[in-house]
Design a protein around this ligand. Structure first.
Ligand code: ADE
Ligand code: ZN
Length: 330
């Protein structure tokens, strides 16, 4: 099995429809119209975000969140993942009635449980959500900078790219950077190439969530390659959300050929009927990526991971071992 790493997955977006339905039952809520026939229902980015926010509101206690992280990471390990960073959203937790501290501690407990079972390393990236407003993003950054949870190693901004602008988030990212956190920002998904340029100019991230619309400007693609900025690409998400109309149009191969550092990620897997395994399969089938090239993608992800150097070294050495030295399925 090809060893994998996930850098871009929203933990609330990793909850399966079955788990969300069980949570709805627990809290006496109806899943209509967000889940039908065991599948999430949405038809564009706005309704996707509405389904996502509905599901997130059904995780309310520390045990709810610990189980969510444990389930997600255990499944990911079965797919051959050795490392995962997931996005957290203190705002969603607060809306559901839990403090950011309790929420983060609970997710950390889920990571610890999954690590004990599978050996998978996990870290958390605290995010602010654009459509919740600029002030909430700064508050998320202040929390990330001060929480001192050992598994919180990054800060990012997600949410609806059509609200707010990169300039609004400069202070938030400064707070996070001063605290020593890794920096990533969603850009170039629903915003065009200008959004990626603005991210580079104002936020100076080492990674960009998506970034795929950079393909609209060859000079920007060259800049991303020259600056070594890593793109957290989520091919299935992009197709399902109609950022591109087909895999043939998806810019992953062109960005890679231009020298950009690319990684493969699942974003909100059950909403897009995907898994990290499927993302790698899509890359093999549609982007002509062979096994060695896929392992190189995993290597890029681990090189860009927000981890201490000892952990990075240990993860990289697993990639250098012959496959038969790795236990597990496949
Ligand atoms: N939050 C969850 N999924 C997202 C996506 N694909 N883009 C922006 N924000 C998100
Ligand atoms: Zn995302």
């Amino acid at each position: 099995m090809i060893l994998k790493a996930e850098l871009h997955c929203h933990i609330e977006g990793a909850a399966s429809p079955e788990l969300v339905a069980a949570q709805a039952m627990k809290y006496g809520r109806d899943v209509e119209p967000f889940i039908r026939n065991g599948s999430f229902v949405w038809h564009d980015f706005t309704t996707f975000l509405a389904a996502y926010d509905f599901a997130a509101d059904l995780f309310r206690t520390e045990e709810d969140y610990a189980l969510l992280a444990e389930h997600y990471l255990t499944g990911l390990a079965r797919d051959g993942a050795i490392y995962c960073e997931f996005f957290t959203s203190p705002d969603h937790a607060v809306k559901a009635g839990l403090s950011p501290e309790a929420y983060t501690g609970a997710l950390g407990e889920g990571i610890a449980r999954a690590r004990a079972k599978t050996g998978m390393e996990g870290r958390m990236i605290v995010t602010g959500v654009r459509h919740f407003g600029t002030e909430s993003i700064e508050e998320a950054a202040r929390f990330a900078a001060s929480c001192r949870h050992p598994l919180v190693t990054g800060f990012g901004v997600a949410g609806d790219e059509r609200s707010g602008s990169m300039k609004d988030y400069v202070r938030a990212f400064e707070i996070a950077r001063e605290a020593g956190l890794g920096i990533t920002v969603h850009a170039g998904e629903f915003g065009g190439w200008e959004s990626v340029r603005d991210a580079l100019d104002h936020v100076r991230p080492s990674r960009i969530g998506h970034g795929v619309r950079a393909i609209e400007n060859p000079d920007l693609v060259r800049r991303i390659a020259d600056e070594g900025v890593v793109l957290e690409i989520c091919p299935v998400s992009n197709i399902e959300l109609k950022v591109f109309s087909s895999y043939a149009d998806h810019p992953f191969p062109r960005l890679r050929a231009a020298g950009c550092k690319v990684t493969l990620n699942s974003d909100d897997p059950p909403y897009f009927w995907t898994t990290l395994q499927r993302e790698y399969e899509v890359a093999a089938e549609h982007f002509a990526m062979g096994e060695a090239e896929l392992v190189a993608v995993t290597r890029t992800a681990i090189e860009a991971a927000f981890v201490d150097e000892a952990t990075r070294g240990a993860l990289l050495s697993r990639l250098d071992r012959p496959p038969e030295a790795e236990s597990g399925p496949g």
